[in-house]
Design a protein around this ligand. Structure first.
Ligand SMILES: [Zn+2]
Length: 317
C-alpha cells in the first residue's frame, strides 16, 4: 500500500508516491497552468499518475490522494475558499480532481503549511514523537502543530498562524494588518529588510562588500558578514536571534510539544542559529526544570515535507 501526495504551488505542481513510513518512492513535477481550476485539476491528475509510474506503481493501487494547497482551505469539503495567486474562489478542488483521476480514491485537501508540518512530524524531525510544533522562516513565518498525533487546525481550519502572534506590542507593521507580529521580526524577509536598514548608516560595513548593493542582500548575507566579525551584521543577527528565541520560547510555553522544529532559509545556518535559540529556550522555558523537555530541532525534509505530509494526511486527521 502507498499514498499519493500533491504539493500545489503557484509555479509547479509536484506529486509523489509515498510509502507508509513517509519515504518518497517516485516523484513528478509539472508547471502549474494559469488557466482556471479545471486545467489545474487536469495537470494534478497527470502529475499524480506520473509519480505513481515513476515508482513502478499503478495510481489505482494508492490508498488515497492528499493535496497541500496555499490559500484558505475547507478540508471537510475539499474546497479552496480563496487563493489569490491563481485567483481561486470557492474552487471544489477534491471534486474536480476526482473526475480527472478516474479512480475511486479518497481525496484530502489541507493547507500547505499544515501539510509541511505534518510531513516533518511523520518522517522528519518529529518522527517517533507524539507532538510537534513546526515553524518555517521564509517570506513569512508559517507553521503547524501536531498534538497527540493529530494535526491541529482550529475549529474552522484557520490555525495555526504561528507568524501572527504579537511579539512586540505596537511594533513593526505586519502584512496581516496588526503590528509587532512574530513574522515581522523573524521571517527571512524581515531579516533582509533589517539588514538593509542598518547597513545604510554603515558605509564601511562588510555587508556592502558581500552584497555589492542593497538589492544584493539575501538571507545569508548578515550571517556571512557576522562570521567575518562585522559589528553591524552582528547586531542584526543578535537582534534576530533574540526575537526568534522569544517567539520559540513563547510557543513552547503554550504547547510544550515533544519536538519544536525550525525550517526555512535561516535554519540552514545550523548551530549558528540553533545554539543561541536553544540558550534562550533553556532560560525561558516554563518547564526548564522538568525532566521532560521539548527537543529543539532543525527541519530535515526541506521542500519534500509538504508533499510527504499531504500524502499521509489520512493517517493524522
Ligand atoms: Zn501579522
Amino acid at each position: 500500500m502507498y499514498y499519493l501526495g500533491i504539493d500545489l504551488g503557484g509555479t509547479n505542481i509536484a506529486a509523489a508516491a509515498v510509502s507508509e513510513a513517509g519515504e518518497i518512492l517516485g516523484k513528478a513535477s509539472i508547471p502549474t497552468p494559469h488557466a482556471g481550476a479545471e486545467a489545474v485539476a487536469e495537470v494534478m491528475a497527470q502529475a499524480a499518475r506520473a509519480a505513481a509510474e515513476n515508482a513502478g506503481l499503478k495510481l489505482e493501487e494508492a490508498a488515497s490522494l492528499g493535496i497541500g494547497s496555499p490559500g484558505t482551505i475547507d478540508p471537510e469539503r475539499g474546497v479552496i475558499q480563496y487563493w489569490s495567486n491563481l485567483d481561486f474562489q470557492n474552487v471544489p478542488l477534491a471534486a474536480l480532481l476526482r473526475e480527472k483521476v478516474e479512480a475511486e480514491l479518497p481525496i484530502y485537501v489541507e493547507n500547505d503549511a499544515n501539510a509541511a508540518a505534518l510531513g516533518e512530524f511523520a518522517a522528519g524531525a518529529g518522527k517517533g514523537s507524539q507532538s510537534m510544533v513546526a515553524i518555517t522562516l521564509g517570506t513569512g513565518v508559517g507553521g503547524g502543530a501536531v498534538l497527540n498525533g493529530k494535526l491541529y487546525t482550529g475549529f474552522n481550519y484557520a490555525g495555526l498562524e504561528v507568524g501572527h502572534f504579537v511579539i512586540e506590542h505596537g511594533g513593526r507593521p505586519c502584512t496581516c494588518g496588526r503590528r509587532g507580529c512574530f513574522e515581522a521580526y523573524c521571517s527571512a524577509t524581515a531579516l533582509i529588510k533589517r539588514t538593509r536598514e542598518l547597513m545604510q548608516d554603515a558605509p564601511d560595513s562588510k555587508l556592502w562588500e558581500l552584497a555589492g548593493s542593497l538589492e544584493g542582500v539575501n538571507g545569508r548575507t548578515p550571517f556571512d558578514a557576522a562570521a567575518l566579525g562585522d559589528p553591524v551584521a552582528g547586531k542584526v543577527i543578535d537582534e534576530y536571534v533574540d526575537y526568534l528565541g522569544c517567539g520559540v520560547a513563547s510557543l513552547v510555553n503554550i504547547f510544550q510539544p515533544e519536538v519544536f522544529c525550525i525550517g526555512g532559509g535561516p535554519s540552514a545556518q545550523g548551530e549558528t542559529l540553533m545554539a543561541p535559540v536553544r540558550y534562550i529556550l533553556n532560560r525561558e522555558d516554563y518547564a526548564r526544570n522538568s525532566v521532560h523537555r521539548t527537543r529543539l530541532m532543525r527541519a530535515q525534509l526541506g521542500n519534500d515535507a509538504g508533499i510527504i505530509g499531504a500524502a499521509l494526511l489520512p493517517k493524522f486527521r
